[in-house]
Ligand binder design. Structure first.
Ligand SMILES: Nc1ncnc2c1ncn2[C@@H]1O[C@H](COP(=O)(O)OP(=O)(O)OP(=O)(O)O)[C@@H](O)[C@H]1O
Ligand SMILES: [Mg+2]
Length: 261
C-alpha cells in the first residue's frame, strides 16, 4: 500500500492505558470508529519518539514488513474530564494537538521466536532494518513484535534514530555508528545478512526516504535545525551516510551471527 500522507482522525474516547508500555500509551476510540494505540506527544519521550515511529514504521512497511496502520490523532484535552486517574489526566492535557495512533490489533499477543519460528529470511531482513535505523528495542526481553492472524507485526520504533536527541545546529551524520546486535531477538535465527542487504539496500532510495519524511508533520520536526525542510534534510543525510557505511555494518552483523552459539 502506497500512501502519500497519513490519515488524520480525532480521538473520541479514552478507553484504557497499556500498563506494560514505558511511555504509557493508551487505547483510544476515534471518529472513524477505529481503535488506536495512542502514543502521546506529551509523554516523556516527546515528539522525536513519535517522529521515529513514523519514519521507521513507514520505511519498514515499504520494505515489505507488516506494520499496523499509523494515523495522526487529534486530541481534544476535554477527553481528560472523564478520566479519573490523575497521571492520565495530565498526559491527556499535555497532549493537546496531533498525536500518533497505531491501529489496534485485537487479540494479538507479544511475539517471541520460541512461540513461532519467524523464518531465517524475515529474521535477517529485520536485523538489517534495525541496524539501518539503530533500533535497540528488539531484544528478546522486549521484542516489540506482535503475533496477529499468525503473522508478525512490527511495533514500537520510538527509540530508533537516537542521534536526533542530540541535534545541534550544524549537525552532520557520523561516518559510522555503534550498533550492538548481540541481544537482537532475531540474531539466533537469522539467515544471511548479506543477502538481506542485497535485497533491501537498493530499495532505500533517496526518493523513498523523502517520501517517508514528508509523512512527518512539520510541527514535530526539531526547530533546533532550522526549518522543517532542514530537519528533513538532516534525516536524509543520516540515511545516506548509514547506507554508505552498510558494507561495514553488514560485515559486523555477519561476524556476530557467525559467533552465535
Ligand atoms: N497496535 C497494537 N495492537 C495491539 N497491542 C498493541 C499495539 N501496540 C502496542 N500494543 C501493546 O502495548 C504494549 C506497549 O506498546 P509499545 O511497545 O508500542 O509502547 P512503549 O511505551 O514504547 O513500550 P516499551 O517502551 O515498554 O517497549 C505492547 O507491548 C503491546 O502489548
Ligand atoms: Mg514496547
Amino acid at each position: 500500500m502506497d500512501q502519500h500522507s497519513l490519515r488524520t482522525v480525532a480521538a473520541t474516547r479514552y478507553v484504557t492505558p497499556f500498563r506494560e508500555g514505558g511511555s504509557l500509551p493508551g487505547l483510544v476510540e476515534a471518529d472513524d470508529l477505529g481503535m488506536y494505540v495512542l502514543k502521546f506527544r506529551g509523554a516523556g519521550q516527546g515528539l522525536k519518539a513519535l517522529t521515529a515511529e513514523i519514519i521507521v514504521g513507514e520505511l519498514a512497511r515499504r520494505l515489505g514488513f507488516r506494520v499496523p496502520e499509523l494515523v495522526l490523532v487529534d486530541l481534544d484535552p476535554e477527553l481528560s474530564r472523564a478520566e479519573p486517574d490523575e497521571e492520565i489526566q495530565d498526559l491527556l492535557r499535555a497532549s493537546q494537538g496531533t498525536n500518533l495512533g497505531v491501529d489496534y490489533l485485537p487479540g494479538s499477543f507479544d511475539f517471541n521466536p520460541r512461540v513461532k519460528e519467524p523464518g531465517s529470511d524475515l529474521a535477517a531482513r529485520l536485523l538489517w532494518l534495525d541496524s539501518l535505523v539503530l533500533n535497540v528495542d528488539r531484544s528478546w526481553r522486549n521484542p516489540n513484535m506482535l503475533l496477529w492472524h499468525r503473522q508478525i507485526w512490527l511495533i514500537d520504533h520510538g527509540a530508533a534514530l537516537i542521534f536526533h536527541h542530540r541535534w545541534q545546529p550544524g549537525w552532520r551524520p557520523a561516518p559510522t555508528y555503534r550498533y550492538d546486535a548481540a541481544d537482537h531477538v532475531m540474531m539466533p535465527v537469522a539467515g544471511s545478512i548479506a543477502e538481506a542487504d542485497a535485497a533491501l539496500r537498493p530499495q532505500v532510495t533517496p526518493r523513498l526516504i523523502s517520501e517517508i519524511l514528508s509523512l512527518v508533520p512539520d510541527e514535530w520536526l526539531d526547530p533546533a535545525l532550522g526549518s522543517p525542510a532542514a530537519a528533513r534534510d538532516a534525516y536524509a543525510a543520516y540515511f545516506a551516510a548509514r547506507l554508505a557505511d552498510a558494507p561495514d555494518w553488514v560485515a559486523a552483523l555477519e561476524e556476530t551471527r557467525a559467533a552465535r552459539v
